[in-house]
Design a protein around this ligand. Structure first.
Ligand code: GUN
Ligand code: FE
Length: 426
C-alpha cells in the first residue's frame, strides 16, 4: 500500500463540543496506514504521487468504538426474558454453552466481526465465553478480519450454572495462556482483556488473581460488569454480608484502575463514584441494553460531574442492536427523560473519541487527527437527506444520521488505512 489521499466530507470530533468539518476535505495517509494530514482537499491535492480514493459527496467519520459486547450472545439479541438475572438464565448462559463447540464458535466469530465492520465499528471490547479453545478461535477470526479487538475469555468460579463453572486456578491459567498468545498481536490491533464476568460469579481469590495477571501484561485490560440491576446488586452485596458496596468489592481485589472497564454503572452511590474517579476506572454506558433489560437510566450528570471517563457499548445480546448508530440514538432518547440533553454531535463523540479515551487508545484511534491510525468509515447519507430542498449543515446531517442511520449508510470501513469492509456500492 502506498501513501493515499482520501477525499470526502470529513467530520473530525475533537471533544464533547468541539469538532472540525471539511466539506470538501481530504486525509493524507502514509504507507503504514497512519494519518499525516487532515484538511481541505484544495490544499492537500497538490501532493504528487499519492493514490487517490475519491469519496466526494460521501461523509467520512472516525471508525465507531463499541466498548462492551458479548460475541457468543449475537444469536439471542432481541429476545425478551424479564430483567437481567432471569435473562441470563433463560438465554445468555445457554447460548454461551453452545460456544464450546469449535466449528460453531468459528462460524459465529467470523460472522460477528464481519457484522461489526459492516456497521462501521472498527474497535470493540469483546467478551467471549468461558471456553478457552473457542476464545482462541475468536481471536483468530478477529486477526483475520483486520479489526481492532480487545477481548478475553469470561471467567466464573461461583454462582453460575454447573455447565459453565470453572476451577479458579484453571480459569486463571487459561486466561494467562490466551493473553500470552494474543496480547498485542496483529501489529498491536489485538489486546487481551481479563474478563471476570461480574462479582456474583467470581470469588475474591479469582478477582485477586486477575489483578495480578493484569499487572503481568502491560497494556492489558480488565473488563467486567458493575451495578446494572437492583436484584443483581442485592445478590452481589449479600455475598459480603452487605459490608461492602459493589464497587468496593472490586476495589478490595485490586481490579480497579485506568485500564479497567466496567459496563453499566447505573446505580452508584457518591462514595462509589469517588472510588471510580480515584482509581481512574472507566465505564461503558450501554443505553440500548439498559432499556431492553429494563435495567434503569444511566446517571449521565453524576458520572460527568465525577469526571469518570466513559464511552458507549452495544452490550449484544442484552442490547438488541449491533449498530453503534442505534446505540447513539438510544443514548439521546433515554436522556430525553432526564435533565441532561445529548446532542447528536455529542453522541458521535461518545461513540468515537470518548471511547478511545476511556480505553486509553486516544493516541492511536478515536478521531482523524494527524499521527493516528487511519480508522475511518465512509457513509452514504444521501438516502437520509436527499428529499430536502436545501443543503444541510453538518449538524443536521449528523442529527439525521444518529436518528435514522444504521448499516445501510456504511459504504466502506477502514482500519489502519486498509479497507476491511465494502458494501456492494463501495
Ligand atoms: N452481567 C453479568 N453477565 C452479563 C451479561 O452477559 N450481560 C449483561 N448485560 N449483564 C451481565
Ligand atoms: Fe454485558
Amino acid at each position: 500500500m502506498g501513501a493515499t489521499l482520501v477525499r470526502g466530507k470529513i467530520f473530525n470530533p475533537l471533544g464533547l463540543t468541539e469538532w472540525q468539518y471539511f466539506e470538501d476535505g481530504a486525509l493524507r495517509i502514509d504507507e503504514s496506514g497512519y494519518i499525516q494530514e487532515i484538511g481541505d482537499y484544495q490544499h492537500l491535492k497538490s501532493l504528487d504521487g499519492l493514490e487517490m480514493l475519491d469519496y466526494s459527496g460521501y461523509l467520512i467519520l472516525p471508525g465507531l468504538i463499541d466498548m462492551h459486547t458479548h460475541l457468543p450472545q449475537l444469536p439471542i439479541r432481541g429476545k425478551v426474558a424479564g430483567t437481567l438475572l432471569e435473562w441470563l438464565d433463560r438465554y445468555a448462559f445457554p447460548i454461551e454453552r453452545a460456544f464450546a463447540e469449535p466449528a460453531y464458535a468459528q462460524r459465529l466469530s467470523e460472522c460477528f466481526f464481519k457484522s461489526l465492520l459492516a456497521n462501521g465499528t472498527t474497535t470493540a471490547l469483546v467478551l467471549s465465553s468461558v471456553h478457552e479453545a473457542s476464545t482462541h478461535l475468536a481471536f483468530e477470526a478477529a486477526a483475520q478480519c483486520g479489526m481492532r479487538v480487545l477481548m478475553g475469555k469470561v471467567m466464573m468460579d461461583q454462582h453460575a450454572p454447573d455447565f459453565m463453572l470453572e476451577n479458579t486456578a484453571a480459569s486463571l491459567e487459561g486466561s494467562q495462556r490466551l493473553a500470552s498468545r494474543w496480547h498485542c498481536q496483529n501489529k498491536g490491533l489485538i489486546r487481551y482483556a481479563f474478563t471476570p464476568r461480574f462479582a456474583l460469579t467470581c470469588s475474591m481469590v479469582m478477582l485477586e488473581g486477575i489483578a495480578q495477571l493484569h499487572r503481568q501484561f502491560p497494556d492489558s485490560y480488565i473488563h467486567s460488569h458493575l451495578a446494572e440491576n437492583k436484584a443483581e446488586i442485592a445478590a452481589v452485596t449479600a455475598l459480603y454480608q452487605n459490608r461492602h458496596s459493589y464497587t468496593q468489592i472490586y476495589e478490595k481485589s485490586g481490579c480497579l484502575g485506568p485500564r479497567t472497564l466496567m459496563a453499566h454503572g447505573i446505580y452508584l452511590s457518591e462514595s462509589e463514584l469517588a472510588i471510580l474517579k480515584e482509581t481512574q476506572t472507566r465505564i461503558a454506558h450501554c443505553p440500548s441494553s439498559n432499556f431492553f433489560l429494563k435495567s434503569g437510566v444511566f446517571p449521565l450528570d453524576a458520572v460527568q460531574h465525577a469526571q469518570i471517563a466513559f464511552g458507549l457499548g452495544s452490550d449484544i445480546g442484552g442490547g438488541p442492536d449491533i449498530s453503534m448508530f442505534r446505540v447513539m440514538r438510544s443514548m439521546v432518547e433515554i436522556q430525553l427523560t432526564q435533565p441532561a440533553h445529548v446532542k447528536p454531535t455529542e453522541a458521535i463523540y461518545y461513540a468515537t473519541l470518548a471511547g478511545a479515551e476511556a480505553l486509553s487508545l486516544e493516541s492511536e484511534t478515536g478521531n482523524l487527527s494527524p499521527g493516528k491510525s487511519a480508522d475511518f468509515i465512509v457513509l452514504d447519507t444521501d438516502t437520509l437527506t436527499s428529499l430536502s430542498p436545501q443543503g444541510e449543515s453538518i449538524e443536521e446531517i449528523l442529527s439525521q444520521l444518529v436518528s435514522l442511520g444504521g448499516e445501510k449508510q456504511v459504504m466502506k470501513t477502514f482500519v489502519r488505512g486498509k479497507a476491511v469492509f465494502s458494501n456492494d456500492r463501495g
